[in-house]
Ligand binder design. Structure first.
Ligand code: ADP
Ligand code: GLC
Length: 494
């Protein structure tokens, strides 16, 4: 349902980001950049998206009918002119612009030739993207009141707008959202010229950071408002343990920093209708979940077991952030005792992949590691498991624990970031919807896993009560979008 409102109340917001579902995705950023504008449009506002026209994104858009009726725009960066084509595609009710520039974006990878490497010219690629995103309103004849930039790839948007390139957007306000402070976009100092930025900005109060320029810092310093994707993470990133060297910058700008905990797309992630599942279920009709569990075991080649064995799942980028090393070190005794089976879907760090393959080899029929990216399987793991593991060292928000809650799969998480905002330990008998632990070590992880498996096997009524509470949580973007709308209004009507 779309709410209709008059022009005075309707906000015009342009989201500038480097990923959006279903065009291109490496992580949760793509889910959020799709879902937040959709929720804004559903609330009656005019929210649009602009992303780089990567080869994969253009291919996905071509299959959906992309329109190239706008003239290409010439973007000058460091003395070189780039012709940038503007494609338009509808993502449901949301208009999405793709900025195509073959010499920069027509490549196999998005950020680098392999998932864990960077292209050498990333500064140029995202400088062109930032400038073209700011030229877009003039080209398409639509002027946003708010430009909402996401993560380091869009980090230079606020400063470039303020320092001249966005001259034709004088009243436009900027929001910058940090999805993960560990990825900052740090470039050599001489890139100031590429971005067309005045030399005097090269100082620690503005763009300089450890002898280079830092895109994430630029976003924080120059945006009118800064948000991050959970309340808890907004506090954490102001500390040395979680700030990745930017904690002081964030403390300095804390007056304009707030945490808004993400929602999830409850239409896409709905166990009652999910087309990826072999059977459907709701909180009051759970038989379908049992069928999902059996089908998952078959699909993963696990030996059939009865319900006393807990089916445990993981869907994750395999990077050190996600704490997979704790799982790999801790699970064997529980598997050998016949208390759990484990399915893991993910790709990333080769050492982690190797360790997961070894674990699978050691526990044939009890552990399955599916290497790669598989959207459908991610849904079937959420649906078919009893318990979901997310022992992250840090987690700005995390989406999978929320998908788990909605699918009645109790999340076991470390008490950090968005995991702390969304998962309450079952020791709280009124509100508990999962399991949490604090210190990041194998001992604490093992002890909470032991507790979870014990509750699963011996206290089914308590388990079911926690599952009901999990499935009842309001995780929708509708509520979260209201917070962003309040923020945008406070800036536009200040
Ligand atoms: P992050 O963005 O740090 O990776 P999130 O929990 O916010 O963490 O989001 C991860 C998203 O990526 C979720 O939508 C998850 O389902 C998805 N995902 C991660 N790895 C895979 C994979 N191998 N196959 C399918 N989906 C995946
Ligand atoms: C980042 C974070 C993740 C968050 C996602 C969406 O990828 O690592 O925790 O959920 O962005 O905001």
């Amino acid at each position: 349902m779309v709410v209709h409102m008059n022009n005075d109340e309707q906000l015009r917001v342009l989201h500038v980001a480097s990923e959006v579902l279903p065009l291109c995705k490496t992580g949760g950023l793509a889910d959020v950049v799709a879902a937040l504008p959709a929720a804004l449009v559903a609330a009656g506002h005019d929210a649009r998206i602009v992303i780089p026209g990567y080869r994969t994104a253009l291919a996905a858009a071509a299959a959906m009918d992309v329109d190239w009726h706008h003239h290409p725009v010439t973007i000058e960066v460091g003395g070189v002119d780039h012709q940038v084509g503007i494609g338009v595609v509808q993502l449901g009710a949301v208009t999405c612009y793709l900025l195509a520039c073959d010499e920069l974006f027509d490549r196999d990878g998005i950020y680098g030739p392999t998932p864990d490497s960077d292209y050498e010219d990333n500064a140029r690629r995202f400088a062109v993207f930032a400038k073209a995103a700011l030229a877009l309103p003039r080209c398409v004849g639509w002027v946003p009141q708010v430009i909402h930039a996401h993560d380091w790839q869009a980090g230079f948007v606020p400063v470039i707008r303020e320092r001249g390139f966005g001259r034709d957007l004088p009243a436009t306000r900027t929001v910058f959202t940090i999805h993960n402070i560990a990825y900052q976009g740090q470039f050599a100092a001489d890139h100031m010229r590429l971005f067309g930025l005045d030399g005097w900005l090269y100082n620690p109060m503005h763009l300089e950071h450890h002898g280079g320029i830092n895109a994430l810092k630029a976003g924080v310093v120059f945006a009118d408002q800064v948000t991050t994707v959970s309340r808890r993470y907004a506090e954490e990133i102001q500390t040395a343990d979680y700030g990745w060297g930017l904690e002081e910058v964030l403390r300095h700008h804390a007056y304009k920093l707030r945490g808004i905990t993400n929602g999830i797309d409850v239409g896409v992630w709905d166990p009652a209708t999910d087309p990826h599942l072999p059977a459907h279920f709701t909180a009051t009709r759970m038989a379908g979940k049992k069928r999902c569990r059996q089908a998952l075991a078959e699909e993963m080649g696990l030996v059939p077991t009865d319900d006393s064995v807990c089916m445990v799942g993981i869907v994750s980028r395999l990077v050190s952030q996600k704490g997979l090393n704790l799982v790999i070190e801790a699970v064997s005794p529980y598997i050998l005792d016949g208390r759990m089976q484990l399915v893991v879907l993910g790709a990333g760090d080769p050492a982690c992949e190797y360790a997961l393959r070894t674990l699978q080899g050691r526990h044939h029929g009890w552990v399955c590691f599916w290497h790669g990216y598989n959207e459908g399987l991610a849904h079937r793991i959420e649906a078919g498991c009893d318990l979901f593991l997310m022992p992250s060292l840090y987690e700005p928000c995390g989406l999978n624990q929320m998908y788990s809650l909605r699918y009645g799969t109790l999340p076991l998480v470390r008490h950090t970031g968005g995991l702390a905002d969304t998962v309450i330990d079952v020791t709280d008998r009124q509100r508990g919807n999962g399991f949490t632990f604090g210190p990041f070590d194998v001992g604490h992880f093992s002890s909470v896993l032991d507790r979870a498996l014990g509750l699963y096997r011996h206290y089914p009524r308590e388990w079911q009560a926690a599952r009901r509470r999990a499935m009842a949580a309001d995780l929708s973007w509708t509520r979260v979008a209201e917070e962003y709308i309040g923020l945008y209004r406070s800036m536009v009507y200040a």
